[in-house]
Design a protein around this ligand. Sequence first.
Ligand SMILES: NC(=O)c1ccc[n+]([C@@H]2O[C@H](COP(=O)([O-])OP(=O)(O)OC[C@H]3O[C@@H](n4cnc5c(N)ncnc54)[C@H](OP(=O)(O)O)[C@@H]3O)[C@@H](O)[C@H]2O)c1
Length: 343
Amino acid sequence: MSDTALPETCTAVQLAERPTGLPDDKTFRIVEQTVEAPEDGEVLVRVTYLSLDPAMRGWMDDRRSYLPPVGIGDVMRGLAVGEVVQSRHPDFAVGDRVSGALGWQQFARINGKEVNKLAPGVDWKLALGPLGMVGMTAYFGLLDVGAPQEGETVLVSGAAGAVGSLVCQIAKIKGCRVVGIAGGADKCALLEEEYGADAVIDYKATDDLTAAVRAACPKGVNVYFDNVGGEVLDAALANLAFGGRVSLCGAISQYNATDGIKGPSNYLALLMQRGRMQGFIVFDYAARYAEAAQEIVGWLQAGKISYRYDVVDSLEAGPRALLKLFDGSNTGKLLVRVDPHAG
Ligand SMILES: NC(=O)c1ccc[n+]([C@@H]2O[C@H](COP(=O)([O-])OP(=O)(O)OC[C@H]3O[C@@H](n4cnc5c(N)ncnc54)[C@H](OP(=O)(O)O)[C@@H]3O)[C@@H](O)[C@H]2O)c1
């Protein structure tokens, strides 16, 4: 075990109460907590960047899910990257860069089994972007679940976002025609000019989304990558091509619903078009992350993928920044720079 001069306390963000609808000022509590030395098998990590993700909203609810809910009074769960500052685990040394569920805190004491070393030279942000959870989500959710074939039409909602922008670009790399749905003219321009979409739909400026999808996808939708759910999912189903696939990645339009989740009323399209709708959770693909990362690195190096980050400074700003995901004011992967000195 190596020691470096560390503060006695650090800032953390706890879940104070379970929100109804959007999180508000009472949802989180900012606290100072003791920085604890690691025990056998553990490491102490100085967190550099924290990823803010729509899934966090679901983790606040006490209901059946793929992960247990965050407890009231617990440090809020979050994927993050950081540097090992003390180690009592044989596989980790001081200075190692790692990723894991380090939480909303400046220092995380965590079992070495629960963190992964970053590949040498990988930028912090990249490790939470195309080479992180969102990159893996886009890659497997599109290629494994959606299984697009060259020449097919791929419709993507949340298309200018952290996952969606990658889905659009991977679909283009695979020779598909890509139609992106996003909110606002700026995001639609970004989709066409930077992410290579063949057509775009600004859902905020469209009265009839089903007609807009029909116009943009005249041969029907072969693959719909759903980040949004609700009415957008219905509009996609109404335009499903024969044998079409829906990859259910997320349903951000429903995460803060207070009057029940709006399910797809057009689900009979699956029957008539012999379609398939499949949900997935990225963690199911953990054993194959290296395969995806290798291919994504190749695309990045070849300049085939463009990517944006939306970085907010300081943990204290995290609770308010999280809301950007739900009002659409983030453009790109939303991150908190926890360590002001992190590059
Ligand atoms: N299955 C998995 O394992 C997995 C893993 C990671 C992420 N996800 C899901 O992937 C989706 C995208 O996540 P992300 O991290 O890439 O976030 P993101 O797209 O970077 O940010 C969220 C975006 O959602 C859009 N949005 C918010 N409320 C909306 C509404 N009511 N209707 C339509 N669009 C709305 C906004 O874009 P506009 O400005 O375009 O409205 C906002 O910028 C989420 O549903 C998330 O839960 C799933």
